[in-house]
Design a binder for this molecule. Sequence first.
Ligand code: IVH
Length: 673
Amino acid sequence: MPHSDPMDSAERYAWLQSELARLDHAYYVLDTPLLPDSEYDRLYRELIALEQVHPDWVRPDSLSQRVGGAALKEFTSVKHAVPMLSLNNAFDDAEVMNFDRRCREGLQQNQVTYAGELKFDGLAISLRYENGLLVQAATRGDGSSGEDVTANIKTIRAIPLRLQGNTIPAVLEVRGEVFMHLADFAKMNQEAARLGEKEFANPRNAAAGSLRQLDSKITAKRPLSFFAYGVGACEPQSWLPKSHSALLDQYLSLGLPVCAERKVLSSVDDILSFYREIGSKRDRLPYDIDGVVYKVNSFAEQAELGFVSRAPRFALAHKYPAQEALTTVLGIDVQVGRTGAITPVARLAPVEVGGVTVTNATLHNEDEVKRKDVRTGDTVVVRRAGDVIPEVVSVVLERRPNDTKAFEMPSRCPVCDSHIERVADEAIARCSGGLFCGAQRKQALVHFAHRRAMDIEGLGEKIVDQLVDNNLVRTPADIYRLGFTAVANLERMGEKSADNLIQAINQSRTTTLARFIFALGIRHVGETTAKDLANHYQNMHALMDATGEDLLTVRDVGPVVADSITGFMQEPHNREVIEQLLASGMVLSVEEKKVSAAVAGKTFVLTGTLPTLSRDEAKERLERAGAKVAGSVSKKTDYVVAGDDAGSKLTKAEELGVPVIDEAAMLGLLAQE
Ligand code: IVH
């Protein structure tokens, strides 16, 4: 918008207000940001600057009013014009069918139409808009009066300070749920942990705790969200549409956030399939829900059915099994993963969580156990969500018995007794048993046989599983002791494939030292480091005996890699396996055959005198990289490399349109990975 002097333009100010409100709506309600954050910030700063020059321009719905003013001493009480009710709950299909039957009988209809929506796990709020302006927000409290949390609610960016559109009622009380997205909750707790502050047990507590802050500046820092799902007072009543689903559509056009997971349902079958459909995606929703809600869709029918005590007859919450439960810790074990990662696991008194009996819950890592201070004998909150491994959320400290001891990480691997090591900056402790550790064996073997390691074709995960499960192979050295009959007896293994595998194993004995080192699967030793180590030490024993100090002299080897190598080599089991491998007839060359993708499989013809390489040297370099070098030019030739005094081969290449390159270009191709 053109403007002459921004600091003096009331028009500019009005435009900024509506533009920023539009951007907030797009970002927080529609989930489609329209501008980069930096651009938004620029407009926002401009608004604030204008307000400083013209404090009299500031309106209650100015975006600057979201930030929060002075802290309150206490919340004032608000009487709800229309009471905020609760919902009756159903836990099984029969209760839902009863609800439908009662509605049909009450309305004397064969069929009732319902609005199905989610039951959000947050806290209920009533927002009062007068002529479109948000004037008051109150918690549910006891249903007839709640607490005035207007300042806190204004900090929630998804809640419009002014309603959009042309048909705005004089009074509208929007009811809905304040909640926190799971990702925001996780981020907030991580930050709290970093600062040594108290963490919240779940998103609902976090939302409730944030809204009950007397200092709205604190609330402003909490990532709260909102969905509208109901109406309280409305004047004039004629503004209200005929049905609940139409009301929610109308809300959207006023700029209010309404959850998209909703459906109009016309039978009890529809209702139950809605319940199952949402149930199957519950774990993938970005926020917690504890059920779905069915509401008779027509407002006239709702009024006809009325209320019993504090809950409407026209609505029902159909709950999902709880995702959290209390139980006691019987002990804390550690498990060894396929990469040697050690995970502490709480063994629990069996408890039903979300419809499944849980007996173990992960404690993630040593720091987590220490932070949550989980101890044997403790009563804990266990949480599971779908396929995710159940986890211990928190300890109920009030129920801690007297004689508990803090958890200590064992120093040796429970599977192979190798020592457990933890690199300073990493959260994960690992078993140093490597190739020897039963827990890591399969993964170590698959890596060992990998195409880029020992390159044993046909020795993939499925065969490795069988070999290990049948006790045929424990360490990589055992691979070289496998006989034909043992292999041929494996499941889904014909004679031909058994023969191929044995051949591949035999062929893999002749390889490079670099591949062999890489194949050992030493942590932090990738292909490049393995090559550097091979070039530096030239033989395996020299590497096995290298000191940390000496390793640091190898190109690109820093303290982390050096520690990892010495740790691996100090483990007697690992040395034993290496010795056995070397004794099984390995032929390890130091020069790696470097296959270049740009050159491999291509046919070259050399002609003339090259500036630096002899004809033989050039031929050798090309062949080592996987190319063919032919004596004459044909249509099949990919490149002719021409030097000085090139003769008829060059002419032929030009005739056939074969690319002609010089030595430098050839070296360039060879250098490509
Ligand atoms: S309607 C007249 N709809 O559940 C019915 N409530 O037990 C009033 N809730 O306090 C509530 N999602 O915090 C309604 N889609 C939804 C809901 C919902 C969550 C909560 C709300 C209320 C409690 C009722």
